[in-house]
Ligand binder design. Structure first.
Ligand SMILES: Cc1cc2nc3c(=O)[nH]c(=O)nc-3n(C[C@H](O)[C@H](O)[C@H](O)COP(=O)(O)OP(=O)(O)OC[C@H]3O[C@@H](n4cnc5c(N)ncnc54)[C@H](O)[C@@H]3O)c2cc1C
Length: 389
């Protein structure tokens, strides 16, 4: 899709390209030094290190078109590794619900990427039904601390995180959604035990975290006691919008077409195969439609509106598109895609394809499973009531 860019937008696009090219990683450079330097340089540009933050907190205050340009340009170039938990998910909640003291303590280190965060939401008995969580936080008699006990599961990056934002239960007498409290605590302390979980593709990105008698000062509670559900839900909407990855999918689709063109099929290539072409076309149409939805969401965001239930549409469609792209990539690799994980046979893309495909199975689970997104869309976007209610 092309949108008409004004002269100012074209000038901005050129400035973004110049920044990205000028700060590109050079082979042999120390990766971490480059990464930190990149974010510092982006900050110097006027908040480019935190594109979605409001200007009041040092964000760039971009128009929807500028966000769109940034996403497009960064999708085609290697940008430094970054985790969404701090800048994309927790920071907006600290801005909305955090005290001035919390904003001053936590936002600078989130912004500089010096402190990594992880998300302690899911538990063995609470995933889609998140409000069912049981990790208990009890206030000490002097009212100064919470003592936290429980188990979190599927905690991405807990093994490299410095802090966790954690949903806890402080009251179980009423509705499940009432009685939840949002706490922050450091990972490197006695009572926090991180156990790795190795996923289908052989990667270690998720963990189980046992929390035993962890003492959290009341100052590290975000929002009011028992009112953490509002913070939890607000954060999820930011998470879902971030997972969609539309600009990356546009680049991935073009790469997929190139890969298919490199595979011989009869007298031509796989891209000449009507069956394969039909799947590519269907994917491309869905991708364009989802890109328009994302543009609407960007327009709302730059007008200062927090992402609403529409973020579920982006999460649902964006992850479906990522999965279909990964699946078609393994299909293009054919039999060679089965020989993954260091084995060499066939085209090089076939070797990485299977690992990406297996990893992609999780996209429609984390951040809220697709079935749950459909429920949210039915209820909050389409206004459909459950039958019998
Ligand atoms: C790779 C990965 C990374 C993750 N990272 C994190 C993280 O960093 N922090 C964190 O807190 N959590 C994380 N999660 C957990 C993730 O959010 C949960 O897995 C997800 O919410 C689903 O919960 P569950 O696994 O308990 O499955 P369940 O909720 O038990 O669901 C099982 C199945 O039932 C379906 N289902 C459930 N309820 C309904 C319903 N109402 N209607 C229709 N179908 C339904 C689901 O769609 C699913 O297919 C991660 C998960 C994965 C796979």
């Amino acid at each position: 899709m092309d949108i008409d860019l004004s002269a100012e937008d074209l000038a901005f696009q050129a400035e973004v390209q110049e920044f990205l090219d000028g700060n590109a990683y050079k082979p042999g450079e120390d990766y971490n030094a480059w990464r930190m330097g990149w974010f510092a340089a982006a900050r110097e540009k006027g908040g480019w290190d935190v594109p979605k933050w409001p200007t009041a907190f040092g964000g760039p205050g971009w128009t929807p078109t500028q966000h769109y340009i940034w996403q497009k340009e960064t999708a085609t170039r290697a940008t430094p590794w970054d985790m969404p938990f701090g800048t994309v998910m927790l920071a907006p909640m600290l801005m909305q619900y955090g005290s001035k003291d919390q904003q001053e303590r936590f936002l600078p280190d989130i912004r500089s990427r010096k402190v990594n965060w992880c998300q302690g939401y899911s538990e063995p008995g609470a995933g889609s039904d998140l409000a069912n969580l049981k990790t208990k936080a009890e206030l000490t008699d002097d009212g100064k601390h919470y003592i936290v006990n429980g188990t979190k599961i599927w905690t991405t990056a807990a093994h490299i995180a410095d802090w966790m934002f954690c949903l806890t239960r402080t009251d179980d007498s009423g509705r499940k959604q009432e009685g939840i409290t949002f706490l922050l605590f450091p990972m490197n302390q006695e009572g926090v035990e991180v156990k790795p979980i190795i996923t289908l593709g052989g990667a270690h990105s998720v963990n189980m975290v046992h929390i035993t008698d962890v003492k959290v000062p009341v100052e590290d509670r975000v929002g009011e006691e028992n009112k953490g559900w509002a913070v939890a839900k607000g954060l999820l909407q930011h998470e879902r919008t971030g997972i969609a990855g539309i600009s990356n999918s546009i680049v991935a689709l073009e790469k997929l077409k190139d890969k298919a063109r490199s595979v011989t099929r009869g007298n031509g290539s796989l891209m000449d195969d009507p069956g394969f072409r039909t799947k590519i076309a269907a994917l491309e149409i869905d991708l364009m439609a989802t890109e328009f939805t994302e543009l609407r969401s960007l327009a709302a965001a730059s007008a200062g509106t927090a992402p609403g239930p529409e973020s579920s549409i982006l999460k649902l469609k964006g992850t479906d598109i990522q999965q279909r792209t990964a699946k078609l990539t393994t299909e293009a690799g054919g039999l060679f895609a089965a020989a993954w994980g260091g084995k060499t046979a066939g085209p090089s893309f076939a070797r990485e394809g299977m690992a990406s495909y297996l990893a992609s199975r999780a996209y429609t689970i984390y951040g809220g499973a697709s079935e749950v997104q459909r429920d949210v869309i039915a209820k909050n976007v389409l206004g459909i009531k459950r039958s019998g209610k």
